[in-house]
Design a protein around this ligand. Structure first.
Ligand code: CMC
Length: 440
């Protein structure tokens, strides 16, 4: 492994195993927890660490996103999410995440042009869409088409060429919105709408989703600002499941489109990006505030697989700052579309209020996360629940590509290869002990 200068603390971590003591360096982070470097543990002590779900393991070094889960803080490259949501726009945030600082006006203008140059998809991708069933989940199309981009854009597959890497990241961000909109149009049986490069990223996405051959969609500044804020809030979230998947896939040298397709797959699950769809469906199932108690009891019952979707987080043990911003936008968007008293929003607010008074949720520090309110806004804009995770994926292409780039450019980058605690059989003789179960 190549050496890298790190911010060492004076202290060392000591680990005693069978009367032998081993010492490990501790690196200081700019903010947040320090880390013990145990990368030499196996070679010096012939033992592994065991940490399912990486609850105590830093899998990489990163300068991109900082979260303080106890205080409910989220920062991209040092900037508070609240400030970015108010003052920035999505493409500026993409630029910030990828390049490390805020662009000046000239750089931003140029970057917007570079992104919009890539909003179109290769014409043959239309044939690709036509192979999907109309009733397929749009995330199924997203996974497939994202991976397929590697067959169309072969001039940006060389991960060792910095220019190709940058071009690939711009293609991924720009084309993800077009793919997402096409997946939506395909699922509702309408023809695809071409991107319009004079529009902003968010306006263009709304245009591609809601214009049709007979009618141009009139873009409301309130809705496009809400859409843009949703994109900003979902742009990155340090080493979550899908980002770690992108990094792991990329660590083998796989091309960027394949890596991002792996991230889309990981995001799809209901414990991760799929929670926004699940949260709205849960609110619809609960139906009325009268049923809240019944569902809270289900959530608390360990024998019941039901969880309060849009609640809880691996890192936030406080209110998710993204949920706070979205809660504030909700009413504005609902008023704008003419829903003065949305029963689903009322139910969500009641549910939050009651849950946050319950001992179970207080003790486990379970608060609303980003997925609790985003679905209510997206539904008011006009999206069906199946599109919510697609929208999350479009936004997260920013973080995935920034994290993938950081990983490739890290001098100590090596293939990710976790170890295991093996608890299977010891050596067996073939043919003896055949299974007696009839259940497989
Ligand atoms: N409803 C009821 N109980 C919960 C919930 C919930 N939503 N979330 C966590 N718990 C309980 C969990 O059962 C466990 O109890 P115990 O200690 O008695 O076994 C305890 O709280 C700790 O939870 P955990 O599952 O060990 O925590 P985790 O860090 O592994 O999981 C999570 C985090 C987000 C997967 C989980 O909170 C969850 O499944 N929430 C619902 C799905 C959701 O909203 N996901 C979106 C996350 S934010 C956006 C994103 O990152 O994609």
């Amino acid at each position: 492994m190549r050496e890298k200068k790190r911010n060492l603390t004076k202290n060392k971590a000591k680990l005693s195993i069978n009367n032998k003591t081993y010492e490990f360096p501790i690196y200081k982070s700019t903010e947040g927890e320090s880390v013990i470097d145990i990368s030499k543990l196996h070679s010096i002590a012939n033992i592994f660490t065991y940490d399912p779900g990486f609850t105590s393991t830093a899998s990489c070094e990163s300068k991109i996103t900082f979260i303080d889960g106890e205080k409910g803080i989220l920062r991209y490259r040092g900037y508070d999410i609240e400030e970015l949501a108010k003052k920035s726009d999505f493409i500026e945030v993409v630029n910030l995440l990828i390049y490390g600082d805020l662009p000046n006006n000239k750089q931003l203008k140029k970057y917007k042009r570079l992104i919009t140059r890539h909003t179109l998809l290769h014409d043959q991708i239309i044939n690709f869409f036509q192979g999907f069933r109309r009733d397929a989940h749009p995330m199924a199309m997203m996974v497939g088409v994202m991976g397929a981009l590697s067959s169309f854009y072969q001039d940006t597959l060389d991960i060792h060429d910095a220019h190709q890497r940058q071009e690939a990241t711009r293609r991924i961000v720009a084309k993800s919105a077009t793919i997402g909109a096409m997946a939506y149009k395909y699922s509702i049986g309408q023809s695809f709408v071409s991107p319009k490069n004079n529009l902003s990223f968010s306006e263009n996405f709304l245009h591609m989703c809601f214009s049709n051959t007979a009618e141009e969609y009139k873009i409301s500044p309130i809705l496009s600002k809400a859409m843009d804020t949703i994109f900003i809030l979902h742009a990155d979230h340090e080493q979550n499941a899908s980002t770690s998947t992108v990094r792991l896939a990329g660590s083998s040298g796989a091309n960027p489109f394949a890596c991002i397709a792996a991230g889309v797959s990981s995001l799809w699950g209901p414990a991760h990006g799929g929670a926004n769809q699940a949260a709205l469906e849960m609110l619809e199932e609960i139906g009325t505030s009268k049923n809240i108690r019944k569902y809270l009891n289900k959530a608390k019952n360990k024998k019941d697989p039901f969880k309060l979707m849009g609640f809880g987080h691996r890192v936030y043990k406080n209110y998710d700052p993204r949920a706070k911003i979205l809660k504030n936008i909700c009413q504005k968007v609902l008023n704008h579309v003419g829903i003065k008293n949305d029963p689903i929003l009322k139910l969500a607010i009641d549910l939050e209020k009651i849950a946050l008074r319950e001992k179970y949720f207080i003790d486990k520090k379970l608060y609303p996360n980003v997925d609790f309110y985003s679905g209510i806004i997206l539904r008011a804009i006009g999206f069906p629940p199946e599109m919510f995770t697609v929208i999350f994926a479009i936004a997260r292409t920013a973080g995935w590509t920034a994290q993938w780039t950081e990983m490739i450019e890290d001098p100590i980058q090596k293939i990710g290869r976790p170890r295991q605690l093996y608890t299977g059989n010891k050596p067996l003789k073939y043919g003896k002990n055949r299974s007696k179960k009839n259940t497989r």
